[in-house]
Each structure stands twice: as C-alpha cells, then as structure tokens.
Design a protein around this ligand. Sequence first.
Ligand code: ATP
Length: 248
Amino acid sequence: MIPVLSVRGVEKRFGAVVAADALSLDIPAGQRVSLIGANGAGKTTFVNMVTGYLKPDAGSIAIEGMDIGRRSPRNVARLGISRSFQIPQLFIELTAAENLAVAISGVGAHSLSFFSPAEAHGRHDKALELLGRFGLTEMADRPISELAGGVRKLIDIAMALVRRPKLLLLDEPTSGVSAEEKFATMDRVIHAVAPDASTIVFVEHDMEIVSRYADRVVAFYQGRILADGDPQDVLKDPEVRRYVTGGS
Ligand code: ATP
C-alpha cells in the first residue's frame, strides 16, 4: 500500500537554524501519529511543509505517491491534506456556523477549495452537522469573539474536516485546555473527526495525551527524528527522556 504521507530527505533552514535536517518518514493510512519535541524542535515547521505553507530547501513530500512539489497550501489541500492551527484561524466577527460555511464554500485557511453552487446549497446544514459532532450546536449563532479559547480550537478543527481529508494534521489540539478537561476534549476531537479523517498527525506536548491517543510517536530534536515507533518504546527511550520529555 502506498503511504498516505511520504517524506524523503526534507531539509529546512532559517539562517543558521536547522529546522528540518534530512527528515524521512512514511505514514500509512489509518495511523494516529503524535509528533513530540521540545520548543523549537521543528514540529510546526514539519506541519507547515507538509501542508504547503513552507517550501523545503531540499527533499520531497508526497501524498499517496503524488509529489506536492512547490504547490500552494490551496493546492495541497486539494490533494487531501487539512490542518488545524496552534492559534485558531477564524473570522472572529462571524458566528461559529458562518465560519464553517465559509470553509465549506471553499475560502479561508482550512479548505481552500471550491464547491459548485449545487454543493453550496447544503452549507448551513453541513455547518450545523459538524458543530453538532463537536457538541457545539448551541454555539452556532455566537460570534467567535464571544467564545472561549478551547471552543475556538474545536471549531478550528471542525473547519479542517469539511473536505474529508486523507490526512488531518492537528497542531497542539489541547493547548490552552485545562488539565481537568484535556481528556474530555481529546475524546471529543477523536470522536468528531472519525467519520471524516482516519489518518491523523497531531503535535502534542502532553505525554499523557500522547500515550493515550497515539498509535505511533515521532520525537523531534533540533530538526531531526530522534525516535519513531510504538508510544511505550519511544517514551522510554533514554534520548527522548533526556531531550524531549525531561526525564518525566
Ligand atoms: P513549538 O513546540 O515551540 O511550537 P516546534 O517544534 O514547532 O516548537 P518550530 O516552530 O518548527 O518548532 O521551529 C523550529 C526552529 O525553526 C526554531 O528554532 C524556530 O525558532 C525556527 N523557526 C521556525 N520558523 C521560523 C521562521 N519563520 N523564521 C526563522 N526561524 C524560524
């Protein structure tokens, strides 16, 4: 089977900083992969390159065998990659449902693809269906500016689902969520995305979330992959404990 994502020898520098150092990895369909690493290890750079927001200096990235080359984020999204953002990218003056409708009609950062007028017909219903899946029906008519950070993150993830992505990348889905709510939030996310996205890559700093929700963990350090494999093994790895999890 061709992997959903195939990364080969990818490099990215910012001046003297090596943010991606000969990165290679394959992600097969159906995996839930967590990217871990200290601040500045290169996780967001990786997500940005895979989604077309940053161009690698060298190497190749393919989606189901199709090289994304130097495509724009819009064209990468058309190949079936969607993402959420560390800081939600929402129109704060618009309501939750209006934000979803914008994504469904094909503009905005998450979808970036066009629907025909016939497809556009069901936009509002689809927006409500997505919000309902995240338990946010009652938020539909509220402007984003009135909603809490955790709710905004969920709406941002809902935005990424409108094109039923082959690969969904979530950048720190639980950041800003309280310790008491983190598992409930992640349960909600996993349940809500399941009908549309089965291959998920999520950046995460919380190792309890990682060990509970990931099938596989890729640990980054200074733009390199330090360890890649089963969560139990990676989280026990001495180098990962030293450079990533701080011995916790
Ligand atoms: P965090 O957990 O803090 O989000 P990260 O693992 O996602 O960190 P990146 O944001 O990918 O790390 O950053 C990797 C390195 O590249 C860091 O040293 C960062 O300062 C640098 N970097 C990232 N983007 C840029 C940029 N646009 N210009 C200059 N340096 C950058």
